[in-house]
Structures are given as structure tokens and as C-alpha cells.
Design a protein around this ligand. Structure first.
Ligand SMILES: C[S@@+](CC[C@H](N)C(=O)[O-])C[C@H]1O[C@@H](n2cnc3c(N)ncnc32)[C@H](O)[C@@H]1O
Length: 249
């Protein structure tokens, strides 16, 4: 098992993901938090797609769309989107995770509109320019290098008028305190060593890269974990995890 060779890949991060691959779909494991955040992000992305394309019944109308889940991991979001009816391609640099994703897909014979590929976002985008109606980059930027390249590659794979969803951990002092110190080190909500100051990615930088690459930001908001209720809630404050939705011109 390995990972693709690419300057965007961080070997230590890959080792952590590979270690967690066997329990990726276990909501009680260290990956449980990814399921939790993923559910909220998925609902929000689906809502945007329904509103944008005036769809009242997602399961019927989304089937005409092609969606790329860039850095899909074990396929948590890929499967959810495939169930809405759209054609989903999930790609990831980590071979163990792509295998986990394929094994999990095999458990549900209805997922015929979903395929996975072990490759980098950069390679996939270079071979598939303008192919997708929707590109999702969910919690990838805080685990990779050369993030601008990744964002640009995702935009390259998107057709004009297509929708780009990005989520990441913001690079602010408040974000570091909340995500790294509180959620990761003190409360252990996030897996050990999963986030660091160096890997946080600032929302202002992302917005600049999007603007430079003909993407208009339509909405951005923050997501916060409430320890009292163990629930996630949307907030205006984007100092921690954030969600962005943009349209390619
Ligand atoms: C925290 S996981 C998120 C997985 C998935 N997006 C989700 O929300 O469940 C980050 C993923 O990004 C992948 N990744 C990092 N750099 C990548 C690259 N250059 N190309 C493709 N995948 C990459 C990792 O292998 C890992 O699976």
C-alpha cells in the first residue's frame, strides 16, 4: 500500500491516514469526527445545489450532474452524494483509503454511479479539464502541501458555471486555539497530530486564490463544535473550520 508521488503529499499525514484506514467507517473511532463534520457539510452542500439549480427532489434531479470528490479518503461524502443520484468520482492519493472506499461501496449494490481512482488531484484535473459540474474539496487543504496548486487543479476540473465547495481549518490565532489546542490537544475530539499551525489554511488566502482563478465566492461561514451538546453549529465566525461555496465564471 502506498501513496502517489507528488509535492502536494505530506508523508507523515499519509501514515496517519493509513493507520486509521481500517476503522475509517467506524463512527466510534478517531475518524468519527470526520463523519460528524461530513454530515453537516453534506447537508449544506446539498442545500446549495438544490437552491442553485431549483431542485425540489434531490434524488431525482441531481442525477444529471457529475461531481468530483477531490481527496475523498474512504468515501464518506462520495457515497452520500452518489445516493442523491449524481455521477460521482472519488480520487485520493492514499491507496489504503481508496481500497477502503471501494470495499465499502461494494456493500451497497445501488452505488453504480460511483467510481474511485487512486491518483492526485493535480493529475486527475490535468486529464479532465472542465469535466465536472461540482467539485468538493472537503478537509483536504489542512493535510497537504502546495495548497494553491490543489485549489487551482480543482477549478481546472470544473466547468464554467460549476460549483466549488471547499472546507478547511482557518489559519488564525483563534482558529489554532480552537482547533489545535482545544479540540485536538485538550479535548481529543480531533485525532492526535491531525492539525498544526503550519497546515492551517487561511480563508483570506483561499478567497484570493479563488478570485485570481475566476471563481466568485457566493457564501462562506464557520462551523463550531459545542462540547455541551456534542453538536456542530453554523456560526458567522470563520476563525475555526470554514465552508466556502464559489462559482466558476
Ligand atoms: C481528512 S481526509 C478527508 C477525506 C474526505 N474528503 C472526507 O471528508 O471524508 C484528507 C484526505 O486528503 C487526501 N489528500 C491529501 N493530499 C491529496 C492530493 N494531493 N490529492 C488527492 N488527495 C489528497 C488524503 O489522502 C486524505 O484522504
Amino acid at each position: 500500500m502506498g501513496e502517489c508521488k507528488s509535492p502536494t503529499v505530506i508523508p507523515q499525514q499519509m501514515q496517519c491516514f493509513t493507520k486509521r484506514s481500517a476503522t475509517w467507517w467506524d463512527k466510534n473511532s478517531a475518524t468519527g469526527v470526520l463523519h460528524k463534520y461530513g454530515e453537516v457539510m453534506f447537508d449544506q452542500m446539498k442545500k446549495v445545489l438544490q437552491e442553485k439549480w431549483f431542485i425540489s427532489d434531490a434524488s431525482v434531479a441531481l442525477k444529471n450532474f457529475k461531481l468530483l470528490d477531490a481527496g475523498c479518503g474512504g468515501g464518506i461524502l462520495s457515497e452520500q452524494f452518489a445516493r442523491t443520484g449524481c455521477t460521482v468520482v472519488g480520487i485520493d492519493v492514499n491507496e489504503s483509503l481508496i481500497n477502503v472506499a471501494k470495499q465499502h461501496q461494494a456493500l451497497d449494490s445501488s452505488l453504480v454511479n460511483l467510481s474511485y481512482s487512486w491518483e492526485t488531484i493535480e493529475d486527475h484535473a490535468a486529464r479532465n479539464p472542465g469535466k465536472y459540474d461540482v467539485v468538493v474539496l472537503n478537509f483536504v487543504l489542512s493535510h497537504a502541501r502546495h495548497r494553491e496548486t490543489l485549489v487551482r487543479s480543482c477549478i481546472q476540473a470544473l466547468r464554467p458555471g460549476g460549483i466549488f465547495f471547499v472546507t478547511a481549518a482557518n489559519k488564525t490565532i483563534a482558529g489554532w486555539l480552537r482547533i489545535v489546542l482545544l479540540e485536538q490537544i485538550i479535548h481529543g475530539i480531533l485525532p492526535k497530530n491531525s492539525h498544526s499551525w503550519k497546515l492551517l489554511y487561511s480563508l483570506s488566502k483561499l478567497r484570493r486564490v479563488l478570485a485570481q482563478n475566476a471563481c466568485v465566492v457566493k457564501e462562506y461561514r464557520g462551523l463550531m463544535f459545542c462540547r455541551d451538546t456534542s453538536l456542530l453549529k453554523w456560526v458567522d465566525d470563520t476563525a475555526g473550520f470554514y465552508f466556502v461555496y464559489a462559482i466558476k465564471e
